[in-house]
Design a protein around this ligand. Structure first.
Ligand code: NDP
Length: 314
């Protein structure tokens, strides 16, 4: 029986857009909706999921592979019945990395130039000539997490003229980037950073990592961009660091919980730019193209590049 992709990602309302995307990139590959009452499991089924319905989780154990439409899979691995022995592949592809690099470039420059202040001044019709002479070539951006996305973002920022360093779990070389590794080297990495970008996965080792003690290692007045996960940050400690000038500002694409409750102090904070978890989501067609390549790779018995290591948690 040929491979087939069973789609639940983003709910039944959007299945037609997935069907069209797969028809464009792989017209011969069968796809079906997990929400179709007539659907029945076949031996060569692959799942395309984001946040699966609870009643779908048990069935995932009988799939040949699971492709997540997000690069972060913490929400899947934390499900009690999530299968440990079915290949789980994270979203990737060139457009995903390019979107993330564009977002981070915008966020870093926004912090460098105090764009939040300009937006507030415009809102109140204030013409205050608060020029800023900080430049890219004298700014060090530190990226936490130098994986598929972090390494691409770091090298992109380096091409724009920023000084770039990165921090990861294990030592390795990334061209054009000063690499720090291991928990023991975190303070040394943070001490040199003007703008910190979090691109770590959420795992037991990284949750709650970014707290008051962590912020104390940064030079006073550093900027902070969070595109990893809200769970990495102790939110009350972030607010304190913004209020007492430890941080000059923050650009947050991810928070806890999402959506952010209306009463959160982050919404109105004069040093915070908030975006609703939109930094990097490739088009349906690009995601479908990526999924088709993953299925082909698994069907050949090969290891996809972004296969999740369940024991490691990313
Ligand atoms: P990867 O798995 O490719 O890279 C993860 C990186 O984090 C690796 O460099 C890894 O180190 C490092 N890392 C993991 N654990 C630790 C640790 N305990 N200490 C130090 N370094 C660690 O992930 P991606 O680059 O694809 O994605 C990263 C994250 O970005 C996702 O998990 C997701 O949370 C977030 N994301 C957010 C999006 C958004 O729109 N806001 C969109 C897409 C992703 P090593 O290389 O040594 O193993």
């Amino acid at each position: 029986m040929p491979a087939r992709i069973v789609i639940s990602a983003d709910g039944h309302e959007v299945f037609e857009s997935w069907r069209q995307a797969f028809a464009t990139v792989a017209p011969d590959l069968p796809v079906c909706s997990w929400f179709d009452p007539a659907w029945q499991l076949q031996p060569d089924d692959y799942a395309l999921v984001w946040k699966p319905e609870p009643e779908h989780v048990e069935c995932l154990a009988h799939m040949k592979g699971i492709i997540c439409t997000g690069a972060g899979v913490d929400h899947l691995l934390s499900l009690p019945d999530f299968p440990q022995d079915v290949p789980l592949v994270r979203m990737g592809g060139e457009q995903t990395a390019r979107l993330m690099a564009d977002y981070v470039l915008w966020a870093v420059i926004s912090l460098l130039r105090g764009a939040r202040t300009w937006a507030l001044q415009q809102q109140h019709a204030v013409w205050r000539n608060n020029v800023c002479s900080r430049t890219s070539d004298t700014t060090r951006v530190g990226i936490m997490g130098l994986g598929h996305l972090g390494a691409f973002v770091a090298q992109d920022l380096a091409r724009f003229g920023f000084c770039v360093s990165g921090w990861k779990r294990l030592p390795s070389d990334v061209e054009g980037v000063t690499v720090w590794s291991g928990r023991e080297n975190l303070p040394g990495f943070l001490a040199e950073v003007d703008v910190l970008v979090n691109l770590l996965p959420a795992t037991p080792a990284t949750e709650g990592l970014i707290d008051s003690d962590f912020f104390q290692h940064l030079p006073k007045g550093a900027g902070f961009v969070n595109v990893g996960r809200g769970k990495h940050v102790v939110q009350k400690d972030l607010l304190k660091a913004l209020d007492d000038g430890t941080l000059c500002g923050a650009v947050l694409d991810v928070v806890t919980p999402e959506p952010l409750p209306a009463e959160s102090a982050l919404w109105q904070h004069p040093r915070v730019i908030l975006t609703p978890h939109v930094a990097s989501e490739a088009s349906r067609e690009m995601q479908a193209r990526y999924a088709v390549n993953v299925v082909a790779c698994l069907e050949r018995g090969e290891r996809p590049a972004l296969l999740c290591d369940v024991a490691r948690g990313y």
